[in-house]
Design a protein around this ligand. Structure first.
Ligand SMILES: *Cc1c(COP(=O)(O)O)cnc(C)c1O
Length: 398
């Protein structure tokens, strides 16, 4: 089929399935946001800026100062002329803070995940992933020459079964899980998973994009909270750090190996040094951010206590609060009703989540007030009942 027809067909199909995605243009990212084509702001319960750092004046000032000191761009790949003193400082700081020999910076979490899996795995290796791992990990696994197996979500016994079916001592084995799952807000049983990896001499890699900054002492993340140290830890800066970028935490040898062989590292322009400079300030704010983390817990309790039980909020220990709804249409309807009331809560649909598991994904941030969260919960309760009544008119009282 010619490309032109393939594209038109795929777009029509998406639209017909109710899965078509459209971007919304914001004037500025914050807890209260205005879309470029609207006059009224809405309260944003969809961002991953959990600690509210994206609009933090100290962080903005640090980035501005970094720009003055180092200029706008890095100029090249880290192996050419792109690696500057702020990159070096940030790497050293992350390694020390998170308890690894080395840290290596990447421009995005997506590229960090792909770089590690593509560089480490070869034909005949075994890659085992949690079924709900992020698209960047799944895609790298599918394209990698290694054999990929997936285990039932958060099921350490299922992982163990896969490991015990593959006991060849010469086979390189890598197990990959997230610390906090982005669409469910639940946490991997990291202590169990690490123990299974240890007994089978498999390496463990944890992508803690949603846990670092939020969980553990000083926000060190899921692994620190669980008392484990994986062989490879991925942290990203687009969520709790309020910025952009990622780091791979690992041993001396793995870092050196990635510098030699990871194409996403070698052939990609280094992040701007000003950004690395600002990220050091983001680390300060994250580490000193206990009050923000405590606030998130308080807001979570308020949400759980104010929502009606039938709404179906899934209780989590993270700022990600899913409301499971089933069909995409229901999620879209509720999202639209909330939007009319001034609340931005995204409907998450397949293929981002499994079919029949469409949901509203509420994310709390430290910039929300308790009143914001109560308002959201009350409006969601009302919208939910409206949708229920429309679906079951016979049960309506007369
Ligand atoms: C967001 C996310 C990524 C990608 O990170 P970016 O820096 O946004 O590219 C990777 N893994 C997980 C689990 C994520 O949630």
């Amino acid at each position: 089929m010619p490309l032109k027809h393939r594209i038109a067909q795929a777009l029509n199909q998406r639209e017909a399935q109710g899965l078509y995605r459209r971007r919304k243009t914001l004037t500025r990212q914050a807890s209260s946001v205005r879309q470029a084509n609207q006059t009224q702001p809405s309260l944003n319960f969809s961002s991953n800026d959990y600690l509210g750092l994206a609009q933090d004046p100290t962080l903005i000032a640090a980035w501005q100062q970094g720009l003055s000191k180092y200029g706008a761009g890095s100029g090249a790949s880290p192996l050419v002329t792109g690696h500057h003193t702020p990159h070096q400082s940030l790497e050293a700081r992350l390694a020390e803070w998170l308890g690894f020999e080395r840290a290596l910076l990447f421009s995005t979490g997506f590229s960090a995940n792909q770089a590690v899996l593509f560089a480490l795995l070869e034909k005949g290796d075994l890659l085992i992933q949690d079924k709900l791992n992020h698209a960047s990990l799944m895609e790298a696994g599918m394209l990698s020459p290694a054999i990929m197996r997936r285990f039932a979500h958060n099921d350490a016994d299922a992982l163990h079964k896969l490991l015990s079916q593959n006991t060849d001592e010469n086979m390189a084995r890598l197990v990959v899980t997230e610390g906090v799952f982005s669409m469910d807000g639940d946490q991997a049983p990291l202590a169990d998973i690490a123990a299974r990896c240890h007994t089978s001499q498999s390496w463990l890699m944890v992508d803690d994009a949603h846990g670092c900054g939020i969980l553990g002492d000083e926000g060190r993340g899921s692994c620190h909270q669980a008392g484990i140290r994986p062989d490879i830890l991925i942290v990203t800066f687009g969520k709790a750090f309020g910025m952009q970028g990622a780091a791979v935490l690992c041993s001396q040898d793995v870092a050196e190996y990635l510098i030699q062989f990871a194409r996403h590292y070698v052939y990609s322009t280094a992040m701007p040094p000003a950004q690395a400079y600002a990220l050091c300030t983001a680390c300060d704010l994250v580490q000193a951010g206990d009050w923000r983390r405590e606030k998130l817990l308080t807001l979570g309790t308020i949400l759980e206590e104010t929502l009606l039980p039938e709404v179906g909020l899934v209780s989590t220990a993270t700022p990600i609060k899913p409301v499971l709804l089933g069909e995409s249409e229901r999620a879209l309807t509720l999202s639209a009703l909330l939007s009319e009331k001034g609340f931005w809560v995204s409907a998450i649909r397949p293929p981002t989540v499994p079919v029949h598991q469409a949901r509203l994904r509420i994310t709390l941030t430290a910039s929300h007030s308790e009143a914001h969260v109560r308002e959201l919960a009350n409006h969601l309760n009302a919208s939910f009942e409206e949708v229920q009544d429309a679906a079951n008119p016979s049960e309506q009282p007369d």
